[in-house]
Design a protein around this ligand. Structure first.
Ligand code: MRU
Length: 340
């Protein structure tokens, strides 16, 4: 099946997206018609990546509103609030989902008009959130590419690409923009255990675009840095709080190694990922099932019955971050001080 231009699309009461759990083996399109369809796809990581989770949650509310049988505005708002609770219980760490749900609910509560008009409004607001994400990524790419030099080798972790967003990507948006400017760059992608987003998704995206990419296991990061094979690190984020960047498990290790080797560590994220009212201690780090660690797919790789930890994200103190690239520009250390 041909991949659509955007990772997620609204089509008259249906939300279409790529089932990321089946990449790179198969490009399967997932069609969702209800909020619970979307919630299930988020929990099972068919849909993943913080910005995409925000847009998917917005479209889930749009599906609720579009298919609602409620006659009054008040009843529809109550139905949206119930749907919001289902969405909030899917994945706790990435803030974009909460941001999108809160934005739509706040506007729905203030809305004065019929249930029908409110439903149409919610659909339009969700589409607007999707358009804003696409536009933000292109701006992140434009600003971020200024930091990239001809000949750079950029290490990225997890997948912060078109698949994790509506299009273009955040960290991969920076890489794409630099490549489109004609800079001869190369990428090192970490495999990103246990869900292998780097191996399965980042290499898939970059190969499709013809951008040179080399895959390494997570445990090779120290070696490639020691050997001076990396000039910059660019990663995405699931939540940026006052004192830290929260991103895929393994990001902190990459940041510490980058600091040790004097390699710039950049974070690329839209403003919908910023949560500057909280500190890292306030954030729930998602714990996923141990089988994701004790098995690869359905193949057990550990002794039967062994305990395993499986935090999906880690916390990189802001001191390790050289700069944050967002749609408004590049933020440096002096700007982070204003977060506190
Ligand atoms: O568990 P995932 O695959 O949803 O985690 C994704 C990441 O950690 C990404 O780096 C982050 O969401 C940024 S994507 C633009």
């Amino acid at each position: 099946m041909r991949m659509q231009k955007r990772t997620i699309e609204w089509r008259d009461g249906t939300v279409r997206t790529i089932d990321q759990s089946r990449l790179p083996w198969e490009t399967a399109i997932l069609e969702m018609k209800s909020c619970s369809d979307v919630a299930e796809a988020i929990k099972t990581m068919k849909i993943r990546g913080a910005p995409l989770l925000g847009v998917a949650a917005a479209f889930a509310l749009a599906l609720t509103a579009y298919h609602s049988k409620r006659k009054s505005r008040k009843e529809l708002v109550q139905e949206l609030e119930k749907a919001a609770e289902i969405l909030r219980s899917t994945r706790p760490t990435g803030v974009n989902l909460f941001w999108a749900v809160d934005r739509i609910l706040a506007k729905a509560r203030e809305f004065s008009g019929s249930a029908e008009a409110l439903a149409a409004f919610v659909v339009e607001e969700a589409k607007k959130i999707a358009d804003e994400d696409a536009a933000a990524n292109h701006m992140i790419g434009k600003f971020g590419a200024e930091l990239i030099r001809d000949g750079d080798v950029i290490l990225t972790h997890c997948n912060a690409g078109a698949l994790a967003t509506v299009e273009y990507g955040t960290a991969l948006g920076v890489i794409r923009a630099a490549w489109e400017q004609g800079k001869r760059i190369r990428v090192i992608a970490t495999e990103t255990r246990p869900k292998l987003q780097g191996a399965r998704l980042t290499t898939y995206e970059l190969k499709r675009d013809g951008i040179p990419v080399t895959l390494i296991t997570d445990s090779m990061v120290g070696y490639v840095m020691y050997k001076r094979l990396v000039s910059k690190v660019v990663v995405g984020a699931d939540r940026i709080v006052k004192d830290a960047v929260i991103n895929k498990i393994g990001t902190f290790t990459v940041a510490v190694l980058a600091k040790e080797h004097g390699i710039p560590f950049y974070v690329a994220a839209p403003k919908s990922t910023f949560d500057l009212t909280h500190n890292s201690a306030d954030v729930i780090i998602e714990e996923r099932k141990p089988e994701e660690v004790t098995q690869i797919g359905s193949l057990r790789i550990a002794a039967e019955g062994v305990d395993a930890l499986n935090p999906a994200f880690d916390i990189t103190p802001i001191e390790y971050v050289t700069a944050i690239i967002c749609e408004s520009g590049i933020l440096y250390k002096k700007d982070f001080d204003k977060f506190k």
